[in-house]
Design a protein. Structure first.
Length: 97
């Protein structure tokens, strides 16, 4: 089951597969068969402009580049974000919207 805060390897139709941070909730995934994700960027954590990017275990996720993808393109669960990181994602999302 896909949960908010999970980190998955995903096919984003780029040349390489990327990690994504799941931002949407499980109920949305069940109803829409899609997930709203923040893609990983390939930059150093020190280059992260606050507050639109979130750093987690050395990976940088771009909350300002949220996108919806079919859940079938989520390939493998690789980790989970901490509650603190998810609170930061929610704050950033509110500021963007």
């Amino acid at each position: 089951m896909i949960e908010q805060g999970d980190i998955w390897s995903a096919d984003l139709r780029d040349e390489v597969r990327r990690l994504v941070l799941i931002v949407s909730v499980g109920r949305f995934h069940q109803l829409a068969d899609r997930a709203i994700v923040a893609p990983q960027l390939f930059v150093e954590p020190d280059d992260v402009p606050f507050p639109w990017r979130v750093e987690l275990d050395g990976a940088v996720f771009a909350v300002d580049l949220l996108r919806s993808i079919p859940t079938s393109r989520l390939l493998e669960r690789t980790g989970r974000a901490t509650p603190t990181v998810m609170q930061q994602v929610q704050r950033v999302t509110r500021n963007i919207l």
